[in-house]
Write a protein that binds this ligand. Structure first.
Ligand SMILES: [Zn+2]
Length: 182
């Protein structure tokens, strides 16, 4: 027995089960809020339960959706090529600007069909790879990933030097990192 209840505009899928307590989870990949509740608990108790957890729910939905963006649906080849062209154009535009501003330089770069990372840097050759997934991200997020990889040309790991350089060149970077999980 499943129904949707709207709580302050948020659709919540409620299923009645033979259980003792209300359980709530947020489903991948769309961030749907799903609740299992005992048969005898009235709707108003479920609504109060959800309202008391709104902050947790908002954060959970944001987290699940940003994970979904990390693993986008495979586009067809034509769409993929269009995305690749567009991303290359954006990187070709932004990378020299960021290199100029920071004095950090890579030896070359490639766009690759990577699904688990936004970018990588070969700390020996200073060649940088960017994930094709960046095609769907904002200019600010792209700038962040470009900077992140350029910083790795001089600070190989995420240690103190890395933090200091990121802070210096992009003061708001931690917020972007949190949203991108990178
Ligand atoms: Zn890194």
């Amino acid at each position: 027995m499943t129904k949707i209840i709207y709580i302050d505009g948020l659709p919540v899928e409620v299923t009645r089960k033979r259980i003792k307590r209300i359980n709530m989870r947020i489903k991948e990949p769309d961030g749907k809020v799903v609740i299992s509740a005992p048969y005898l608990v009235p709707d108003r108790e479920i609504i109060a339960f959800v309202r008391s957890k709104m902050d947790w729910i908002d954060q959970g939905i944001a987290r699940v959706r940003s994970r979904a963006i990390m693993h986008p649906e495979p586009a067809d080849d034509q769409e993929k090529e269009a995305r690749r062209r567009d991303l290359k154009r954006r990187i070709a535009e932004r990378l020299p600007v960021i290199e100029e501003r920071t004095g950090l330089r890579c030896s070359g770069w490639t766009v690759r069909d990577m699904h688990t990372r936004w970018g990588s840097c070969n700390t020996r050759t200073h060649h940088v790879n960017f994930s094709l997934m960046l095609a769907t991200r904002t200019d600010t997020e792209l700038d962040y990933v470009i900077l992140h990889e350029l910083v790795h040309t001089v600070a190989p790991d995420h240690g103190r030097d890395f933090y200091a350089l990121m802070d210096r060149f992009m003061p708001g970077w931690k917020t972007i990192r949190r949203d991108m999980k990178y």
